[in-house]
Design a protein around this ligand. Structure first.
Ligand code: HEC
Ligand code: HEC
Ligand code: HEC
Ligand code: HEC
Ligand code: HEC
Length: 252
């Protein structure tokens, strides 16, 4: 049933039909990784943007916290994009003559918001929520790649269903732990990783797992004792993985 994976299947009605009718077939198809072909993932793609905004300049070199611009990422399903006022808190004074910033000034004058093109999007019939992931200690980079190194933002992961499920089946393998700052909450650890990297760009004082994560590689634990410890982490962070791979978690 390869036609299941055509874009035309991307409608809420079809999904709910499939949820009841095609469960076994789907599980087999997903298991065999049909939707994983590289051509089909969009990973690495950059999009045209009204302004060539650079995360490397702003998030790493200037050290601006993600939450300064993505203000709702901790509290809501959506991370949100910054409004023009946020840019102008600095750019009414810095780089005021740069032609690259023309669209920003124009937007400020006219009140017409900048129209950013989203690189990350899941289909409408998929429910996603940022706040719960951040709260349990999943790093932004785990899902978005090495954002703090991007000049133009690109897509870091395919966001196919199998990819979500790999973690939902064994989240203990992916939880970020800052060994040197155990007093921080999991969520504080997520943001502190960028602060650490800023003062230690070679990663000399970072663990191998932290170095992998900051470079946008998914951190996966395979060593047995780390997995044991992962189980304890699940408990500490109140993660109930028994139902986390149920269809209804992501498809209401
Ligand atoms: C906290 C201050 C601050 C904020 C907020 C900020 N910027 Fe900047 N931005 C800077 C600084 C400082 C530079 C110069 C960086 C460099 O080149 O090292 C810069 C550089 C730039 C440049 C490159 C300009 C050139 O001519 O090379 C662009 C484009 C830009 N910012 C866009 C934005 C946009 C869009 C926003 C809002 C989403 C924004 N900035 C928010 C401080 C800020
Ligand atoms: C100064 C403001 C600013 C800061 C700080 C900032 N961002 Fe952004 N971010 C933006 C803007 C503007 C966009 C939209 C343009 C683009 O895609 O580059 C964006 C886009 C993104 C996107 C892609 C959204 C999409 O689907 O198109 C991700 C992911 C992201 N930011 C993550 C982060 C992370 C992680 C941090 C902290 C390490 C961070 N951002 C810090 C302004 C900021
Ligand atoms: C578990 C994976 C995951 C983590 C962790 C994650 N994101 Fe996302 N992010 C996504 C997905 C999936 C989307 C697309 C959501 C959609 O289409 O509704 C997205 C979209 C975005 C967008 C586009 C605007 C929006 O709200 O949809 C921004 C900006 C963003 N993420 C920033 C961040 C930042 C900053 C962090 C860390 C504080 C972060 N993300 C952590 C998976 C993740
Ligand atoms: C790296 C690991 C990881 C990835 C990747 C991931 N998740 Fe999650 N997700 C989690 C964890 C951990 C929880 C919290 C579960 C808990 O606390 O019981 C969660 C919770 C959720 C919830 C909320 C469940 C509830 O009970 O409210 C939704 C919805 C969700 N994820 C959707 C997605 C989607 C859609 C994707 C792929 C685009 C995705 N997740 C990718 C780890 C992950
Ligand atoms: C952790 C989140 C998550 C869970 C759990 C989940 N899905 Fe999905 N599902 C997704 C995402 C994300 C997509 C969109 C994939 C894409 O755009 O490539 C998707 C897409 C689909 C599609 C459309 C076909 C496709 O692959 O694009 C069907 C049908 C579907 N899911 C059925 C199911 C069924 C049946 C279950 C339970 C066995 C399930 N899903 C569990 C996240 C999830």
């Amino acid at each position: 049933m390869p036609q299941l994976f055509k874009p035309s299947a991307n409608s809420a009605a079809k999904v709910s039909l499939l949820l009841t009718a095609a469960l076994p077939v789907l599980l087999i198809s997903v298991g065999s990784g049909i939707s994983r072909s590289a051509a089909n993932t969009g990973v690495g793609n950059r999009l045209d943007q009204p302004v060539p905004f650079s995360h490397q300049h702003h998030a790493w070199e200037l050290g601006i916290d993600c939450r300064y611009c993505h203000t709702s990422v901790e509290e809501s399903g959506y991370a949100g994009l910054p409004d023009t006022e946020t840019c102008m808190t600095c750019h009414s004074q810095i780089w005021t003559n740069s032609p690259l910033l023309d669209p920003v000034r124009k937007s400020y004058e006219t009140g017409q918001p900048l129209e950013w093109n989203l690189v990350n999007k899941v289909p409408e019939f998929v429910y996603f929520n940022h706040s719960i992931h951040i709260d349990r200690g999943i790093s932004c980079n785990n899902c978005h790649g090495p954002v703090q190194k991007m000049h133009l933002t690109f897509k870091g992961q395919p966001f196919h269903m199998v990819w979500c499920l790999e973690c939902h089946r064994e989240p203990e393998k992916y939880l970020y732990v800052d060994e040197k700052n155990p007093q921080l909450t999991p969520r504080q650890q997520v943001f502190n990783l960028y602060v650490k990297f800023q003062s230690d760009p070679e990663g000399a004082n970072m663990s191998p797992r932290e170095r992998a994560l900051i470079n946008g590689k998914e951190q996966v634990t395979t060593v047995r004792d780390l997995i044991e410890r992962g189980r304890k982490l699940l408990e500490e962070r109140g993660i109930n993985k028994a139902q986390l791979a149920d269809c209804s978690v992501c498809h209401h």
